[in-house]
Design a protein around this ligand. Structure first.
Ligand SMILES: [Zn+2]
Length: 119
């Protein structure tokens, strides 16, 4: 990742381009790679079923979970405004298909469901 960032940043800094579209392409590559590098797990992603933009988080059990990238405004117990990201499983119109995929992926992993408590 950092290799891509450095390579493209050097090309842009040296302005080696004869083609404007090539320069734009490198700029898009740099923007995406930098975003992914500094915000791991927040790279642009969309639901393959409904097309909604997603964020990915890792749960305390180590599983990856999709969240709606568009936050809603909520209030905590102290009355303070908070941004809340809902699980995409609760908002996707095709949530059943998502759950089936998740179950199939978990079944395909031999160590799934077992805690990693080896001492
Ligand atoms: Zn969806």
């Amino acid at each position: 990742m950092i290799d891509t960032i450095l390579k493209v940043a050097r090309r842009l800094a040296a302005d080696v381009y004869t083609d404007t579209e090539e320069k734009r392409s490198d700029y898009r590559t740099l923007t995406a790679a930098t975003e992914d590098y500094f915000n791991p797990g927040r790279s642009p992603s969309t639901c393959r079923h409904c097309g909604a933009p997603l964020l990915w988080v890792t749960t305390t059990s180590g599983a990856k979970a999709p969240l709606d990238a568009v936050a809603i405004q909520g209030m905590d117990a102290n009355g303070e405004a908070r941004r809340i990201y809902l699980s995409h499983f609760s908002t996707c119109p095709h949530a059943d298909a998502l759950r089936d995929e998740k179950k199939a992926a978990a079944a395909a992993r031999p160590e799934s469901g077992k805690s990693k408590s080896a001492q």
